[in-house]
Design a protein around this ligand. Structure first.
Ligand SMILES: Cc1cc2nc3c(=O)[nH]c(=O)nc-3n(C[C@H](O)[C@H](O)[C@H](O)COP(=O)(O)OP(=O)(O)OC[C@H]3O[C@@H](n4cnc5c(N)ncnc54)[C@H](O)[C@@H]3O)c2cc1C
Length: 480
């Protein structure tokens, strides 16, 4: 019996035959997520309980395999790609909402629950779960916790780390541990924020206690068009400088506006060089006063075609352009590559100019549709993988990342580091910083078997992934 067959037999004994995959034709669908990198795992198991997750971790350890946690696989930084021999543990059967406690305003959920399902379940109690990644219909709470996901409304409510009260985790040793819970204050070390955003390197979240918020009394949404990005960005800065914290503030550039116009019947002015979408939430008096300020500020910055929606139907219409952006852009080219670097808001117009110049130099179309409120850029390079060499796409992307870092920005606002940007960590951290983080990781995982090759630079764990060589060379400045 080969080592893989022996492990498979052990996993079948734990989870049942239908939930274990090891034949190449079965594991091939686990070789990718929504990012760029590809590599099939050795085996995949889909446990049905936390105890089964822990037993699978122990089985992998005994077999000398690494463990890769996987939620819905919508990650954009290769966090679920197996580096070397690895067992993927999927949470897709752990999809129960265990409790909604409207008095304590806490939801208790399994990790495979899709993000949006929590707000849908809590709505009957006048509550919602604030973190709203654009992938929220599909992406799992475990994956959202793994990446510290954000979303349009992170501007007012913060990313998911602000909404996780506790986690139960299958540790790399195969034991189950619990940090935090429904009560807000904890004695001892607060491990919850360490685990949030650790990209599955410290363990597998098997249960989460999440904070629910009351649905706002009033919501107002505005759409304003500007002749260029600079005017829209200056309005966005003036709104924040006025002391207003919108729930969301998004920008679309000319390329995206045109794509949406061409693909769908939204009829935005062809004159528009940028579009600002602003949403306010709060008490009626609060939003009414802020609304007047926002219209004044946008007009002063040269806005035209300002539309205001105070009811849900009109609001959905205004969000249409934003939500249809990706499908519209997909009609221009079949493939795209997105980064999510964050830059200081004051640097946005200059950084966007430079991003456009880099893309132009390589002959790529770039579209920008992003969370301007917190400076979280999303430059989307459009290309055709059948004709555009991947090296050129990655080179252009590396240069774009460098522009953001040089402007005082950082690598990622929400998508995580994974294997996509681990080599670039040297660009933002010194060796001592990285060493301290590695030591924290090793306190949980001294053998380094939990999602190896992710987050941290260096190491040969991922050397067999074809795109690895290109990223390493870029990070070392060989091509830039
Ligand atoms: C169209 C689209 C739009 C997107 N929009 C946004 C957005 O607005 N904001 C945003 O932040 N992201 C966005 N993303 C990226 C992605 O959806 C998020 O990173 C999301 O949090 C990933 O969730 P997932 O369940 O798919 O996780 P996966 O891709 O399966 O995993 C992501 C990471 O989390 C780890 N992980 C998964 N489950 C667990 C667990 N139970 N315990 C510990 N670690 C775990 C994995 O090992 C991996 O490192 C978008 C992606 C797409 C394709």
């Amino acid at each position: 019996m080969s080592a893989t067959s022996a492990l498979a037999a052990e996993l079948v004994a734990v989870c049942g035959e239908p939930h274990v995959f090891w034949r190449p034709e079965d594991v091939v669908v686990f070789e990718y997520d929504a990012g760029f990198d590809r590599r099939p795992p050795t085996a995949v198991v889909v446990p049905g309980t936390a105890a089964e997750v822990a037993a699978c971790v122990r089985a992998a350890r005994r077999a000398g395999l690494a463990v890769v946690p996987r939620g819905a696989g919508t990650g954009l930084s290769g966090g679920t790609i197996a580096c070397g021999d690895a067992l993927v543990i999927s949470t897709s059967r752990l999809r129960r909402i265990l409790e909604i406690d409207p008095v304590s305003r806490v939801a208790v959920v399994e990790p495979g629950v899709p993000n949006l399902a929590i707000s849908e379940e809590a709505r009957a109690h006048g509550l919602f779960f604030a973190p709203d990644p654009a992938s929220q219909r599909v992406s799992s709470i475990g994956g959202n916790i793994g990446t510290n996901a954000g979303g349009p409304h992170a501007l007012r409510y913060g990313s998911i780390v602000n909404h996780v009260l506790g986690v139960e985790v299958a540790l790399p040793s195969g034991e189950l541990a619990t940090f935090g819970g429904p009560a807000p204050d904890l004695p001892g070390y607060d491990c919850v924020p360490l685990i949030v955003g650790s990209e599955g390197t410290l363990g597998i979240v098997t249960k989460a206690w999440l904070r629910l918020l009351p649905i706002a009394e009033d919501v107002r949404t505005f759409l304003a068009l500007f002749h260029d990005v600079r005017a829209g960005a200056s309005a966005a800065s003036a709104i924040i400088a006025r002391g207003i914290v919108p729930a969301a503030m998004e920008m679309l550039d000319r390329t995206t506006i045109r794509a949406v116009n061409e693909a769908f019947d939204v009829r935005l002015s062809e004159e528009a060089g940028s579009l600002l979408l602003v949403e306010l939430e709060g008490l009626r008096e609060e939003t009414a006063a802020a609304a007047e300020d926002i219209v004044r500020i946008c007009e002063a910055a040269g806005a035209f075609g300002i539309q205001v929606a105070a009811d849900a139907a009109r609001r959905d219409l205004l969000w249409k352009a934003r939500k249809l952006g990706y499908p519209a852009l997909a009609r221009i080219k079949p493939n795209s590559y997105i980064h999510d670097a964050v830059v200081p808001r004051s640097k946005l117009p200059d950084v966007l100019d430079q991003v456009n110049r880099v893309a132009g130099r390589y002959g790529f179309i770039v579209a920008n549709m992003f969370h301007i409120g917190d400076g979280n850029l999303h430059p989307l390079l459009l290309f055709d993988a059948r004709t555009d060499p991947i090296e050129r796409v990655m080179k252009a992307s590396g240069e774009i990342l460098k522009v953001a870092i040089d402007a005082g920005g950082t690598l990622s606002g929400e998508h995580g580091i994974g294997i996509e940007k681990n080599h670039f960590m040297f660009w933002v951290y010194g060796p001592e910083d990285l060493e301290a983080m590695q030591r924290a990781r090793m306190a949980f995982d001294p053998e380094g078997g939990m999602n190896p090759g992710k987050v941290f630079p260096g190491g040969d764990a991922c050397a067999s992934i074809p795109t690895e060589r290109i990223k390493k060379a870029l990070a070392e400045g060989l091509w830039i």
